[in-house]
Design a protein around this ligand. Structure first.
Ligand SMILES: [Zn+2]
Length: 297
């Protein structure tokens, strides 16, 4: 007997593509408004559901008409309606960035099962970037569920799409995981990717500590890269770390030059650059990796 898994594929083909991208972008901006609440409250261990959004300065509840992403900030001139205190530009920036990234992912994935998974992944990365920038931590409340999410996605997506989907899976099925079911090779790839991301970062931190006697890397970065590596696979993870080290170093040099400070111990939240690298690798990585591999053929 042949058992086959049939999944209902909703028919979106009547919706024009540009409308779809804009709609996903608008939903993204609304989600971005909620992310601002998460970024502000999660590190302070406050509830992210209650109470409603409030002005961080005077505590006045923000009315729904003053909570329209990006638009309200522009209309109010970046100030609270009741106390006139300036509101951080981070709020519209997160809304705009989330909206643009959601639209970019809609273009990247089209109307596919991959889209909701990629949206969750990138949204979690955005939260990590902004919390690390503000508080210099990468909360377990994001990274632990993130690792579980990566493993679930790795099993689920190849079953739903009936194709390898993740960057590394086709290669693994040709090599070490030959003859394995696709979902199992995908899960194996998640473990390899997680070790490539989290393991390599842990090793770098350990070596740095032995050589210099100072703690270089927080465990938050290591957990974040277990999540990212699990989802992206080892090839995109190496690219991710490369982009992070490069952009982090350039930023570090620019900041040091601007401050006239040559103190190498200065701490830059590395999670920001790991996050930028992860999003870049997800959106553009496969093309870059293929081009690079092509140079040796
Ligand atoms: Zn206020």
């Amino acid at each position: 007997m042949h058992l086959s898994l049939t999944v209902l594929q909703p028919d979106f083909s009547l919706i024009p593509a540009p409308f779809f991208y804009v709609a996903i972008g608008v939903i993204g901006a609304i989600i971005g408004s909620f992310l601002n609440v998460v970024i502000h409250r999660l590190p302070r261990e406050e509830s992210i559901v209650f109470p409603n959004s409030r002005c961080p300065s005077c505590g006045t509840a923000i009315a729904f008409y003053d909570n329209i992403p990006v638009f309200s900030y522009a209309v109010l001139g970046g100030r609270c309606r009741s106390c006139k205190t300036y509101i951080s530009a981070r709020y519209p920036a997160v809304e705009l960035l989330t909206g643009l990234l959601w639209a970019a992912l809609a273009m990247h994935d089209g109307m596919s099962w991959a889209l909701p998974f990629d949206l969750i992944f990138v949204t979690a990365i955005l939260v990590l970037i902004f919390i690390d920038a503000e508080h210099m931590i990468l909360p377990n409340a994001i990274t632990y569920p993130g690792i579980v999410f990566a493993l679930v996605a790795r099993i689920t997506l190849p079953l739903l799409l009936r194709q390898p989907h993740f960057d590394d899976v086709a290669m693994l099925l040709d090599g070490p995981f030959e003859g394995w079911p696709m979902w199992a090779a995908s899960l194996g790839g998640a473990v390899i990717g997680g070790l490539a991301g989290g393991g390599s970062l842990w090793l770098m931190g350990w070596l740095w500590e032995k050589l210099r006697g100072v703690e270089a890397m927080g465990l938050g970065d290591v957990k974040m890269m277990f999540m990212v590596g699990g989802y992206l696979g080892w090839r995109l993870t190496i690219l991710n770390i490369f982009v992070a080290v490069l952009s982090g170093s350039v930023t570090g040099i620019v900041v040091m030059a601007a401050k006239g400070d040559r103190n190498m111990q200065m701490l830059l939240p590395f999670g920001i650059f790991l996050g930028i690298g992860a999003i870049a690798a997800l959106l553009f990585g496969s093309h870059i990796v293929e081009w690079y591999a092509g140079q040796f053929r």
